[in-house]
Design a protein around this ligand. Structure first.
Ligand code: TRP
Length: 470
């Protein structure tokens, strides 16, 4: 058995702190901004079902695997993989897994921060009463004004990056942990308030029907990939964020329990967001498939018509900013931890460096919504015909890099790593749950990811036709 490595960046104070931090990472724009709009774009019920299935059979086992690898390695994902591959006598190529994670983190944060900037802008727009009593058209034109102006987007993006780097610079205990402790419950309460409003809109049933009535003819092959990619995205899997948080997890905490709690909370928040948004969409004759602006074009209508709406609206967008904030720090933490470990930088300097790189990359997204909205780099490929640079970044990271990263984590944790190591680290007895985890990660997860990839590229269909099944 290996001797235990000590964490060098500090540790969570206990199980609750990890749950809060990991939930803080998982719950973010993915739940409240992205989940509703991609559900809308992909036709509703069938998409939601595929997404839920992916959370259960792919997401939870991979989350456990990531936390486990992180806690065993006790370093940034790059160095964790280096340690573990030596210990498990695996190929040195496994260290690439840490690297691609760091790159994915930069790419995701670059656009994540721009969208979080929209939420920041909306704190002031709702709070000032600018959106009070407007019609759907009025709300729409305020949104168009914002995203059409690159200077404003840049200013908000810059502010959000500064906020992110400030917390990251302060380190695990004082920075990350404090940031998540007080805002999760409030966010929850406000979402419930919005669901209450939607309930009374007269269109609740229609909204629920859209989300939960499963009609598989409405989901495309690419929609299935998007649903799976989103399961990774929303649980923060496939790039090392959960791995690095796992590396700060105290030894005796049960990895299975904390992973399940985090996944459940994350899913609940996404479903509540959908239940709040779709009734409002239908009540106002809006289009569920209208894209990334969806929540910014719907929720202000609700706030604009409820008593104390300006106050609640401001509070809601403030909490959305906080939710995004606790996620963004986890996107950059693997890179910062590595810079500190390998280059002897202070956390402050490492955070500034990583933040500057991300900020620069963010310009691609800033311009995707205005000056470069007609730049369609891959228009020759049918699925990407209308994709802006932002769309491509999102597709590359969420639909390709994260599932691929998650697949490799599963393979390493359940195949390359010895059974003794994972039994010891997961520590959940030898009876039922460990074999279940091992079976899922060895067989189900990798096969499911590969099938979805083959499905999305059309190879699966060609193959099934060739062997006469279709
Ligand atoms: N899960 C977050 C959200 O839903 C985003 C996020 C944070 C993330 N860290 C991540 C996504 C790591 C992928 C990988 O908003």
């Amino acid at each position: 058995m290996t001797s235990k490595r000590e964490p060098i960046h500090g540790q969570w104070s206990g199980r609750l702190a990890f749950i809060l931090a990991a939930t803080g990472s998982a719950v973010g724009l993915g739940n409240i901004w992205k989940f509703p709009y991609i559900t809308g774009e992909n036709g509703g019920g069938a998409f939601v079902l595929v997404y839920l299935a992916c959370i259960a059979i792919i997401g939870i086992p991979i989350m456990m695997a990531e936390v486990m690898l992180g806690r065993r390695g006790r370093r940034s994902p790059i160095n964790t993989m280096r340690f573990l591959l030596v210990e498990e006598q695996a190929s040195p190529h496994w260290q690439w897994l840490g690297w691609t994670g760091v790159i994915a983190g930069f790419l995701i944060l670059s656009y994540y921060s721009v969208i979080a900037g929209w939420a920041l802008a909306y704190v002031f727009r709702t709070g000032s009463g600018m959106l009070t009593g407007l019609t759907a058209d009025g709300v729409q034109s305020i949104f168009d004004d914002l995203v059409g102006d690159p200077e404003r987007l840049l200013a908000w993006h810059t502010l959000f990056m500064i906020m992110t780097m400030t917390v990251v610079a302060r380190g695990v205990r004082s920075g990350l942990e404090q940031a998540v402790r007080f805002m999760m419950p409030t966010l929850f309460a406000l979402l419930l308030l919005l669901v209450g409003y939607a309930w009374n809109s007269g269109y609740f049933e229609q909204g629920m029907n859209f989300m939960f009535h499963t009609d598989f003819s409405k989901i495309s092959t690419n929609g299935v990939l998007t649903a799976m990619g989103h399961a990774f995205f929303t649980l923060s899997l496939g790039m090392g964020a959960i791995m690095v948080y796992g590396s700060y997890l105290p030894d005796r905490v049960s990895i299975a329990k904390v992973s399940i709690v985090v996944a459940l909370m994350d899913t609940l928040v996404a479903l509540l967001a959908g239940m709040a948004i779709f009734p409002i969409v239908f009540a106002n004759g809006l289009e569920p498939g209208s894209g990334p602006g969806l929540i910014f074009q719907t929720l202000p209508i609700a706030f604009g018509h409820m008593p104390y709406g300006a106050l609640f609206g401001m509070l809601f967008f403030l909490l959305l900013v906080f939710a995004a904030w606790t996620s963004s720090i986890s996107l950059i933490e693997p890179a910062v931890a590595w810079l500190v470990e390998n280059h002897g930088m202070t956390r402050v300097f490492a955070a500034m460096l990583a933040g500057s790189v991300t900020w620069l990359l963010g310009l691609l997204t800033v311009f995707s919504f205005n000056n470069w909205s007609e730049v369609k780099l891959l228009s020759a490929i049918p699925v990407f015909r209308d994709s802006t640079i932002f769309d491509l970044l999102d597709y590359l990271t969420a639909n390709i890099m994260l599932p691929l990263g998650g697949l490799l984590v599963a393979v390493f944790a359940a195949r390359t790593m010895s059974r003794e190591s994972s039994v010891e680290e997961l520590n959940m007895g030898d009876r039922f749950f460990y074999p279940l985890w091992r079976f899922l990660t060895r067989y189900i997860t990798p096969v499911a990811v590969v099938i979805v990839f083959l499905h999305a590229t059309g190879i699966l269909i060609v193959f099934l036709r060739a062997i006469g099944i279709l």
